[in-house]
Design a protein around this ligand. Structure first.
Ligand code: COA
Length: 425
């Protein structure tokens, strides 16, 4: 079966997490992704958070599946010449260097356009144009500057960052969509274009509901927030709302049986209005169905703490999976707090390819998250990440059509790395 992006070739100049997530998706959709790495070192994540000595870290392997790796010193004159050839032979250049790094390397947008007017140049930076445009940015900086941290956590506690990598992987997703959109437009115009995704913008896009609430504040309190029911006044900006639901249906995380010893014995419970009567029956408060303090959603808002305390009395009598089964039977929206261990062992996630077991020649088998986006005509086969420079010769020969003499000269020039660096690969 052909793949959706078969025939598209990506010059992958990405590193760390944000860019590699994007190019990994493109590879999963069938693009030929050529990862250009610094000789001897490669993507810095190869050596970060290593669990097995001398072996590519899980950080690297889990972000670079289905790619090929070429080592190239792009500051070496011959290396630059190879990069020029790669630009001529690829459709998209993806990078997430610090601001200005590609220009300093000599590959400005204008230069890339001269070499290949059809090339799409896609970049992730921490910030868009403005006062912070030159700053280097990592995940948590983006979470803090994109509005996530100020709105995450409890009202009376510190701002919090989330474990979901919304700054890195989230922006990688945004960039990926920009790239396929630009590829589609190119089928009509024949021209390349610049695609930019700033991490601050990506995080803010995911915090859209909080900007909604910021504006609602001008018209009165946010009455679905717990603090409204607690009689605590709102300030000038959207407060942290703990585990309150972000939508119009109040929700909380509640204890389940075993919470005293299991840090994940909890369930997210939503008091969705259409199933209120079913909730009353389940928790043993049938009179709440008609009681004026509880029957209507508006009447419940100032009493949410008491209502959830009563629901929790019930959830504490069940383990989270029992509670889930009983509630789902009645269409009451809920979600058990699944630990990473439970997710790793979940057979249904394995059956759909969302969790995959991958074989690696140096580390053996490991688990990874597969492609979360399923295309019926372009199924994803997850293959291991490349070793550093594993495909250098193959790419020079098959993609750039260099002959043996040219490859030999390149090796001598140091463009592919010094003899020591090559020995280290
Ligand atoms: N050959 C020769 N030089 C290379 C090379 C290669 N194959 N690949 C990279 N380099 C050079 C770059 O040209 C740059 O050199 P310069 O500083 O002289 O211009 C240098 O390596 C370092 O690149 P840089 O991107 O600045 O890495 P860093 O480790 O200093 O910064 C980040 C890392 C992530 C903070 C930074 O890249 C960044 O802000 N990126 C944009 C935002 C982003 O994606 N952040 C999230 C990462 S998950």
């Amino acid at each position: 079966m052909t793949k959706a992006l078969e025939g598209v070739r990506i010059l992958d100049f990405t590193h760390v997490q944000s860019g590699p997530t994007c190019t990994q998706l493109l590879a999963w959709f069938g693009a030929d992704v050529i990862k250009v790495e610094r000789p001897g070192v490669g993507d810095i994540t190869r050596g970060q958070l290593r669990d097995v000595p001398e072996v590519d870290s899980l950080y690297f392997t889990m972000l670079n599946h289905n790619k090929r790796s070429i080592t190239l010193d792009t500051k070496n004159q011959s290396g630059k010449a190879v990069l020029e050839e790669l630009i001529k032979n690829c459709d998209v250049l993806v990078e997430n260097f610090a601001p200005g790094a590609l220009d300093r390397m000599g590959f400005t947008w204008e230069r890339v356009q001269e070499l290949n007017p059809a090339m799409i140049v896609a970049s992730i930076k921490g910030f868009g144009p403005g006062p912070y445009q030159d700053c280097k940015v990592y995940e948590n900086v983006a979470q803090c500057t994109g509005g996530a941290a100020s709105t995450t956590g409890f009202r009376d506690g510190l701002p919090l960052v989330t474990g979901a990598q919304i700054g890195d992987s989230g922006t990688g997703l945004h960039l990926c969509l920009g790239i396929v959109t630009a590829l589609f437009q190119r089928t009509k115009t024949g021209r390349g274009q610049k695609v930019s995704a700033a991490m601050q913008d990506g995080v803010l896009n995911l915090c859209r509901v909080k900007l909604r609430d910021q504006q609602r504040l001008a018209h009165g309190p946010l009455n679905e927030y717990s603090q409204y029911g607690e009689g605590i006044e709102f300030g000038e900006s959207v407060p942290r709302a703990g585990n309150d639901s972000g939508g119009g249906q109040p929700g909380r995380i509640l204890k389940c049986k075993g919470w005293e010893t299991d840090p994940n014995a909890y369930i997210y419970f939503i008091t969705q209005a259409p199933v209120w009567e079913a909730i009353c029956d389940v928790i043993g408060e049938p009179e709440w169905k008609t009681h004026p303090d509880y029957a209507k959603p508006v009447a419940r808002l100032p009493r949410l703490n008491a209502i959830f305390a009563r629901i929790e009395e019930w959830t504490m009598t069940k383990d989270k999976f029992e509670a889930m089964a009983i509630l789902n039977d009645r269409d009451i929206p809920c979600g058990p707090i699944l630990s990473m261990k439970e997710i790793a062992e979940d057979q249904s996630l394995r059956a759909t390819g969302t969790i995959v077991e991958v074989e690696h020649p140096e580390r053996g088998n490991y688990l990874s998250v597969g492609n979360p986006i399923k295309l019926s005509d372009s199924p994803t086969d997850v293959t291991r990440s490349p070793l550093l420079g594993e495909h250098t010769d193959e790419i020079l020969r098959d993609v750039l059509r260099f002959d043996e003499r040219t490859i030999d000269e390149l090796q001598k020039s140091g463009a592919l790395g010094t003899p020591q660096q090559l020995a280290a690969e």
